[in-house]
Write a protein that binds this ligand. Structure first.
Ligand code: FMN
Length: 232
């Protein structure tokens, strides 16, 4: 299994360690690619809308983003991690996710997403894991990823070394449970109910013609007809 981990922080703290613990249970080190934000990508979307209206290559940050996009596309499993910062994901994670708005199902989803799986991971001192995981899971889900697992821990600590043995044992159990489910998964192309709903709406919208760049993409894929990016 090829795994791509996107860390919404530069440091190897509690959240990073949980993501890495999961990846290490599922793959050899050679099959795990890690990125750290903003170290590996720290640009903000400038709102030019070139990606939506023209093409992703017209994004001013296209070249800088490409190595991460390639790794994301090649991976079977995507792990997104973020510490909770004021009840949400880090600004670096959000800024990175903003750059893939054009890949949402309602625009030009990448076909490979329908056969990937995702895990979102967050830690907080106390609370905020649910909205933080939602920040990341929303994008994975709207990219087309059919199954997304969520792991959130209120670790009562500001670093990995401060976490109590009891909490570490709880984390270990949660991570192992998700790893077991992923090991059993055949990674066949699938679609979630939400994905199918949005895809159907935009099947008709693109058939009628709304955004020319999206319509052309959907027609090329055959999605305005009977072809679907998952097993029917
Ligand atoms: C800017 C900032 C904002 C934070 N906001 C919250 C918060 O809203 N709720 C909370 O419980 N902890 C909050 N924390 C604490 C971290 O989420 C927590 O210590 C987390 O486990 C750190 O993960 P890390 O070791 O991966 O960096 C915040 C920390 C920082 C630096």
């Amino acid at each position: 299994m090829k795994i791509c981990i996107i860390n919404g922080q530069n440091h190897r703290g509690s959240t990073y360690h949980i993501g890495r613990m999961l990846a290490d249970k599922l793959a050899d080190a050679g099959d795990i690619t890690e990125f750290f934000l903003p170290r590996d990508f720290g640009e903000f979307c400038c709102g030019c809308t070139n990606c939506f209206m023209k093409s992703a290559e017209k994004c001013p940050h296209y070249e800088k983003l490409s190595p991460i996009t390639r790794a994301v596309d090649e991976a079977d499993l995507l792990i997104l991690t973020s510490p909770v910062y004021v009840y949400h994901c880090t600004g670096a994670m959000k800024a990175w996710l903003d750059h893939y708005g054009w890949r949402w199902i309602v625009h030009r989803p990448e076909e490979k997403m329908f056969s990937k799986r995702g895990v979102v991971i967050s830690t907080a001192a106390g609370a905020g894991m649910r909205p933080t995981n939602k920040d990341m899971a929303d994008s994975l889900s709207f990219w087309g990823v059919p199954k997304i697992y969520k792991l959130g821990y209120g670790v009562h600590a500001t670093s990995w070394s401060e976490i109590s043995p009891k909490m570490r044992a709880k984390i270990e159990r949660g991570v192992s449970a998700v790893a077991k489910k992923l090991e059993k998964d055949d990674l066949a192309p699938r679609v979630s109910i939400k994905g199918r709903l949005f895809f159907t709406v935009f099947h008709f919208a693109n058939k009628k013609g709304w955004n020319p760049a999206d319509g052309e993409y959907w027609r090329e894929k055959g999605w305005t007809e009977d072809v679907r990016p998952w097993k029917k």
